[in-house]
Ligand binder design. Structure first.
Ligand code: HEM
Length: 415
């Protein structure tokens, strides 16, 4: 199995990427990783890292890996065994569908797909619109706002909470649990991040166990919400075990959370920094759909993915044995000049735009419909209501390589 290693239009590198290591990234990488990505694409698109794993930065190889799940496994038991040891984080991550291959993956995925139909997603729209409008009016009453705290982070938790049927007054700890669990997936795991991640899994699992028990006692329709569907649903006569149910609900709550917050936050910052594109959107609000796709490409909320080879394979001319760990750089693939014309230009009408922000293949994000609807509603309504909003000082980055977003974005709405 091989892919082409030539890359004729590779950009010239200006930056020395010698010693590049995902586990020890230079400080300026978090602010702007794109010069590093471009240099890697040009110099070594299939890059061996100091720990013997490989980093892929070109679109073609990243897509190839996503499309061949038999050669590139998602099963992380071996890798996470070393990283997390026997711990709640290990149990959580190795039980969730995203880090499994068929058949566990298929079983959970079918049940989730059945609950996230276009009809089910359409039903969340009225609540979503009124939530977004409430947040917008609350911001209109303030002198200065934080686009993350006051807006972007307040939306996904409600949407995913509604989908799963988590009572409104029980949602406040969800965001911190989610941040702690996903934070432990960073390429370098600090002892502090491990402690917080493990505590978060334990608390989250205990909470969900109680919620599932309440749901079971109440009976009710299997179609009532996502938890009920996973609780009562079967695929080929098999239902989920309690641990599978709890851990996959945690995963769903996390998957729909930080990523969508980052999409909305990154999107509003990018539009503030590109007033010409904001004007285009204001002049033609129908551009919101391609605009969301472009924002997903330009500042991909999820920058890195992982796979492990199940057999010997040649990628971009580089041979690797079975058992090799691979990091797929979505953020780089989405700026690959071989795939996208002027990849560093934000063009909200870009077409075609076959970005990989949601991955691809059997594990492609199950929440694409939800994420797109949330982002289009939030960004579209915000820009129409506050057409001349401005950033008030430099936004604060989240400081993560895998999940790209902001912690704080001070802004003035210009109302
Ligand atoms: C902008 C927002 C989002 C982004 C960028 C995003 C990105 C991704 C990516 C890249 C994957 C593939 C992981 C892999 O193959 O290794 C994925 C998987 C997944 N996402 Fe999302 N996601 C977003 C929002 C959501 C939402 C809102 C939900 C739920 C409602 C969700 C649920 C899932 C699930 C269940 C999977 C696992 C799919 C599988 O393994 O078959 N995501 N997401």
């Amino acid at each position: 199995m091989a892919t082409d290693s030539s890359h004729p239009a590779a950009a010239r590198t200006e930056r020395d990427i010698g010693g590049f290591d995902l586990r020890s990234l230079p400080a300026d990488f978090y602010e702007d990783p794109f010069p590093y990505y471009r240099a890697l694409q040009a110099v070594s698109p299939v890059r061996e890292l100091p720990d013997g794993s490989y980093l892929l930065t070109r679109y073609d190889e990243v897509e190839f890996v996503y499309k061949n799940p038999k050669i590139f496994s998602s099963d992380k038991k071996r890798e996470f065994g070393g990283k997390f040891g026997a711990s709640p984080l290990f149990e959580h991550h190795t039980t969730s569908l995203v880090f499994n291959d068929p058949p566990l993956h298929t079983r959970v995925r079918r049940l989730i797909n059945g609950a996230l139909t276009p009809r089910a997603i359409g039903q969340i729209q009225p609540d979503l619109e009124s939530l977004v409008d409430r947040l917008i009016e609350a911001m209109a009453a303030k002198e200065s706002v934080d686009l993350i705290e006051d807006f972007a982070a307040a939306i996904p938790v409600e949407v995913i909470g509604n989908l799963l049927g988590v009572p409104r007054d029980e949602r406040s700890p969800l965001r911190n649990w989610s941040l702690a669990i996903l934070g432990a997936l960073e390429p370098r795991l600090t002892p502090d991040a491990a402690t917080r991640g493990n505590a978060a899994v334990e608390e989250f699992a205990a909470y969900l166990d109680g919620l599932i028990e309440r749901r079971r006692m109440q009976g009710g329709s299997p179609d009532a919400d996502l938890i009920s569907r996973l609780l009562y649903g079967e695929f080929e006569g098999q239902s989920l075990t309690r641990a599978e149910l709890v851990q996959n609900c945690i995963f769903l709550l996390n998957a729909g959370h930080e990523t969508t917050t980052n999409l909305i936050g990154n999107g509003l910052v990018a539009l503030a920094q590109h007033p010409d594109q904001r004007e285009r959107l204001l002049a033609d609000p129908r551009l919101i759909k391609p605009a969301v796709e472009e924002l997903l490409r330009y500042e991909s909320p999820n920058q890195l993915g992982n796979r492990i080879t199940t057999q010997t394979v040649v990628l971009g001319g580089v041979a690797m044995p079975a058992g090799t760990q691979i990091t797929l750089c979505i953020g780089a693939a989405n700026r690959d000049p071989e795939q996208f014309l002027e990849p560093d230009t934000l063009d909200i009408g870009r077409s075609p735009n076959r970005h990989l922000a949601f991955g691809s293949g059997i594990h492609q994000c199950a929440g694409v419909g939800v994420a797109r609807l949330e982002a289009a509603t939030a960004i579209g309504r915000f820009v129409q209501r506050f057409p001349s909003y401005t950033l008030a000082g430099a936004p604060t980055r989240g400081g993560r390589a895998r999940f790209r977003g902001f912690l704080r974005v001070p802004a003035r709405t210009g109302r």
